[in-house]
Design a binder for this molecule. Sequence first.
Ligand SMILES: Cc1cc2nc3c(=O)[nH]c(=O)nc-3n(C[C@H](O)[C@H](O)[C@H](O)COP(=O)(O)OP(=O)(O)OC[C@H]3O[C@@H](n4cnc5c(N)ncnc54)[C@H](O)[C@@H]3O)c2cc1C
Length: 477
Amino acid sequence: MPSGTCYPGGMQQLRTHIVPTRKPSREEVVVLGGGLGGLTVAAFLVRAGCRVLLFERGSALGGCCATRTVDGVRFDVGANYFGRHLLNVFRALGRRGPFEAISIKARGVIRQHGITHPFGGHSLPEFFSTGMGAPGMISLLGRLYGQLCFDVYRKEASSEAVMDRVAGDPLLAAFFHMEALLLGSQAERMPSYLFNVIFGSGYGFDRPFYPAGGAEAIVACMAEVVRQHGGEVRTGQGVDALELDGGVIRGVQVDGVRIEARRVISTLGTRATAALLPEGAAPGLAEAAASIPRGLRFGTLLLALEPGPAAEPELHTVVCAGADLASAMRMLFEGRMPPLVPFVLTRPGRATDPASNGLLPAVVRFPLPQGAEDDAELLEGAAREVMDAAEGEAPGLSDHVRWWRLYSPRAFREAFGFEACYSPELETRDVPKPGHQTEIGGLYLAGAAAGARGVHTGAAAESARGCARMILKEART
Ligand SMILES: Cc1cc2nc3c(=O)[nH]c(=O)nc-3n(C[C@H](O)[C@H](O)[C@H](O)COP(=O)(O)OP(=O)(O)OC[C@H]3O[C@@H](n4cnc5c(N)ncnc54)[C@H](O)[C@@H]3O)c2cc1C
């Protein structure tokens, strides 16, 4: 480690900033990213006595799990419903959090049949309402049981193959395609364990909760744990480069300043992490990054609604999938717009917030054809169509719209700092998951992008916890 290179003002200064912990440790860890993953890994490490410094490029914490105020109304711009697995992570940190369970009311249409969203919240009557009938249902459950028992779903080449095997019912298959669409990935390329997700056990969406105070309350609670145990969190400071010496991490560069670290944990994903390394330094990581396909990008509408019969505070989600979702998906990936744009409208029931002047926030996401993300005319046409369809689902909804903002994928990224898309990096089976440990000594990956279990907040937090465990174990031996 080159001498004299350290935190601004020296490693000495960092030490004086950090409250001594009960179990002193020789670790110096830098965490990249102040989303849920970064804060969670930092929380577990500081509790165990590590000195941790976290950098977040954005001006606020949260990443894809954030509440942002637009014209006086607070929107959950990324994650907006949460599975019970996330609560387990908080419990492990000794926090019960400001979280309360909600019952989610949902409406939706797939070929004119109702279906519940989010995943895993299905009840038997809802399955029956898909038109499947008791014999179909029993046979489905039988096949499902077989799939899960024998782990076949992991062995199938793609989730499409699983759909074909398990969901002989075309309606159900269409529903699975909707999940693929929401993930911004191609059904053909998705891991078949997504199937498991839909039934809730993977993420705990069968018992969702919503935090009082919005998505940001989750992140704020995690940041509090980090700070309480002496960790340092810096916002508005992005890491520009990772510094190596002989294939081993030596530190990071932030605003032209070198900061030494024995261990660096990146929660930025494979691609962004690889981009911070000197060329050729990590061929495995670079290869993994290059093989990540580009998923669909979403247009986003933020709506500020007057409460009323068509904009009930309890209504959480409207999903509209159109007639044939599987072919709609293919059209989008081929760069064409399907006849009816699929969309998801979410409005967490607890988001009625005095800070939002009595208005109800709603977020509508709809996919845009690949390669046509910057086509303003297409974006506006799709948004109009989506609102017509939403009106069909919740008549009178448009009368409740006080104001709206339409974002192209690029405008959304500029406004909120992340892609309005579930990353295909996370759910594509063909992409080798590097896991927590990388080929660079002392460089680790954590958060949603490194988690084997998928894209959601629970997976991001569990992956971060797993990474912290690995590092602590290593440090002990
Ligand atoms: C549109 C959308 C909707 C979603 N909806 C749900 C949902 O309803 N329920 C659910 O459970 N999950 C949902 N998810 C998934 C969930 O939000 C993510 O899995 C989770 O928040 C990811 O956390 P993370 O910390 O791993 O990554 P991120 O949240 O992406 O955090 C990475 C952080 O790193 C920062 N950063 C980037 N570059 C640098 C740099 N060079 N230096 C320092 N910092 C940097 C970024 O600003 C960001 O804050 C959704 C995701 C999206 C995109």
